[in-house]
Design a protein around this ligand. Structure first.
Ligand code: F6P
Length: 563
């Protein structure tokens, strides 16, 4: 167990906090049993586990909805699994899953339902929110998106000067950017190559400048994506985009309606910005930003790949939702992945998880997962507001293979930290140039090397001089999951994203935290709003920050020539 977590003191829940019927994590029976079990297992090598159980590599696998998970190269036994499953039961996971699908307000700190599963429910399904079936509303928006996407894709939707749209720029940040850009890159193979797609997120003006520098405003459509329509970065970029367009259109305000559409829950702010709400695609407060790529936030994705492919992606999400909702926990992909993650996080003290997709199109997948996992489970108090006395969400990071192998894998193989890895592979390449066996051989080679390593005897047997042996040996016993799918189709992407969404929820349930709020981003936002006028002020501002922040502000003002 990590030292830091054992030193952390749990505080009592506040008297008026919402209560759960689940005992604190350390008081659950399975926790104590897992503590004992960990002491037995921590020194056991994967070499031993595999040699004692030759069938392990076939047995510790699950296949469901076209996704194969090999979790045999984890430092677990049948007993570990049984105890982790017991922990899930004692943590009330079944009730929490039902509560989410039922539309209960499980996002307690914001008093909101969490119904991203409704975004991919088939037409005709019934999912209630405050007594109202939201599925028809979801499909009504999808139908409007499909109509709009088809008009852009066929050239029927024209810009102000009558030219067809050749460039689509999504302006958004966080969940209103990472999902769209990840999905666009992931599904580029299926996209309309006649249209250029770009994504502007950073408030750094360079992001916007580079995105538009070679584009004709008359052929450019902006999708301003923001759940709140108040986010500093997005609104700053949207205003710059409006000036850029109006500059080229000689100030004709009518051009905004042809070149700007909005995706938001906030019609009032959309109208205030000057976008006709007829060109607004809505979603709902029960969709969290990081769970929104399959809502209207996916409009750029739908324009890129077409409505049929978008619906196929939703179908993939839904298949995984149904699997998560109905499969027994011992055959449930998100539950197993979530529990194994908890095992490393809370007993082995693993601070990070590497996500390693061996598929170039998934190059933004680790970045996407960073928001999904870390904004969801980076929490320090329980649902009841008590300080946790164990570690919660780990740090997610990664790069597509094989590039990472020539960079950070050294540390994973021979460094001093335990880094559980998720390897993601597809059996069929989308660009069959004869490289695929080489690519996939690397997946298998890496997981094998990580698990089994190379002993001193093996290194010596190669004639290595004694002094060099320690440098060349591989301890092994480094755990990994291997996730394998047929090919990176829109449906496969939906399944993969939903797998991680539900695995994050599983972990949040064990840790008894609110995986659906993100209060941790607020303080920095508020401070920036206070500092902006201090940087812009024509006269020397009165600064009342700490001495470091005050000095930095003064130095910046001096360097930019403000004083
Ligand atoms: O920074 C936090 C956050 O609220 C994310 O959760 C969200 O995805 C992002 O900002 C963007 O918010 P919005 O879609 O409202 O602009």
């Amino acid at each position: 167990m990590a030292v830091a977590s054992s030193q952390r003191k749990r505080t009592a829940p506040l008297a008026n906090a919402p209560t759960t019927n689940v005992p604190p994590l350390r008081q659950r029976r399975a926790w104590a049993l897992l503590e004992k079990h960990y002491q037995k297992l921590k020194g056991v090598h994967l070499r031993q586990l595999f040699s004692e159980d030759p069938e392990r590599g076939e047995r510790l696998t699950v296949e469901a909805v076209g996704l194969y998970l090999d979790y045999s190269k984890n430092r677990i036994t049948d007993e570990t699994l049984q105890l982790l499953l017991q922990l899930a039961e004692e943590s009330g996971l079944r009730d929490r899953i039902d509560a989410m699908f039922r539309g209960d307000k499980i996002n307690v700190s914001e008093n909101r339902s969490v119904l991203h599963v409704a975004l991919r429910a088939p037409r005709g399904a019934v999912i209630l929110h405050d007594g109202r079936n939201v599925v028809p509303d979801v499909h009504a928006v999808l139908d409007r998106m499909a109509d709009f996407s088809n008009r852009v894709r066929t050239g029927d939707w024209k810009g102000q000067t009558g030219k067809r749209i050749r460039n689509v720029i999504n302006i958004g940040i966080g969940g209103s950017d990472l999902g769209p850009v990840m999905a666009y890159e992931a599904l580029k193979h299926y996209s309309d190559r006649a249209v250029t797609f770009r994504f502007v997120s950073n408030v750094d003006g360079t992001d916007f400048a580079e995105a538009v520098r070679d584009l004709d405003p008359a052929e450019t459509l902006f999708i301003v994506s923001s759940k709140t329509f108040t986010t500093l970065e997005t609104m700053t970029n949207a205003r710059t985009a409006r000036e850029w367009l109006l500059g080229a259109m000689k100030g004709e305000h009518g051009a905004i309606a042809r070149h700007f559409v909005a995706v938001s829950t906030n019609a009032t702010e959309v109208a205030k910005f000057g976008i006709d709400t007829a060109n607004m695609f809505g979603f709902w407060d029960w969709v969290g930003g990081r769970y929104s790529m399959d809502s209207a936030i996916g409009l750029s994705t739908m324009i890129a790949i077409g409505p049929d492919n978008f619906r196929a992606m939703l179908g993939g999400f839904h298949e995984m939702d149904e699997h998560f909702r109905t499969a027994p926990f011992d055959r449930n992909l998100p539950v197993l992945m979530g529990l194994i993650g908890v095992w490393y996080n809370d007993w082995f003290g693993a601070q990070t998880v590497a996500v390693l997709p061996y598929e170039q199109y998934l190059k933004r997948f680790p970045a996407y997962l960073q928001q999904l996992t870390m904004e969801s489970n980076g929490k320090h108090v329980t649902l009841e507001g008590a300080q946790v006395d164990y570690d919660t969400g780990p740090i997610y990071w990664g790069e597509p293979g094989t590039n990472g192998q020539h960079s950070f894998y050294q540390l994973i193989h021979q460094g001093t930290r335990l880094i559980p890895c998720d390897f993601i592979a597809f059996a069929k390449p989308l660009n069959p140039l004869g490289h695929h066996d080489t690519l996939i051989a690397n997946v298998f080679a890496q997981t094998e090397a990580l698990a089994f390593g190379k002993t001193a005897e093996q290194v010596e047997a190669e004639g290595t001089p004694d002094w060099l042996v320690p440098h060349r040996l591989f301890e092994g016993n480094r755990p990994s999951n291997t996730i394998m799918l047929d090919a990176l189709t829109p449906a496969a992407l939906g399944k993969l994203v939903a797998l991680y969404e539900h695995s994050v929820f599983t972990q949040g349930t064990i840790w008894q935290i609110d995986s659906f709020d993100q209060w941790g981003v607020e303080l920095g936002k508020a401070l920036a709003q206070r500092i902006i006028p201090e940087l812009e002020s024509a006269t020397e501002p009165k600064l009342e920050h700490d001495s470091s922040t005050n000095t930095l502000i003064r130095r910046y003002r001096k360097l930019k020539g403000a004083v």
